[in-house]
Design a protein around this ligand. Structure first.
Ligand SMILES: [Zn+2]
Length: 111
């Protein structure tokens, strides 16, 4: 179910021709899409966990994520497919930043 929602968001962004868009989300879960070239990356963020994941398309490079947790900003986390941060106790994330390559700009979710 969650994957379907993400794919729907990706499809909507593609139809609209929007490179970077913010999708309204349910309370306490933020979703951002960050596109680069033909590739779509998407980020999800809640108080307990955040991730940036490669979506569909010709994705090159890594998915990148950093969070502000427990008052401290993390280093950037990156992964060939999914960069993820799970907060101890599943709480305390107040900001997450999601980007599609090391030197790319990022989209922010605030809690
Ligand atoms: Zn929140």
């Amino acid at each position: 179910m969650k994957e379907r929602l993400k794919m729907a968001a990706v499809a909507t962004a593609a139809v609209a021709g929007v490179a970077i868009t913010t999708v309204p989300a349910q309370a306490h879960t933020g979703i951002v899409n960050v596109s680069r070239g033909d590739c779509v990356y998407f980020g999800t963020s809640s108080h307990g966990e955040a991730d940036t994941t490669k979506g569909e398309g010709d994705c090159k490079g890594h998915a990148w994520l950093r969070v502000k947790w427990n008052g401290a900003i993390s280093n950037w986390i990156h992964d060939p497919w999914k960069a993820r941060f799970t907060a101890p106790g599943l709480k305390g994330i107040t900001v997450s930043d999601h980007k599609s390559c090391e030197t790319c700009s990022y989209e922010t979710v605030k809690h």
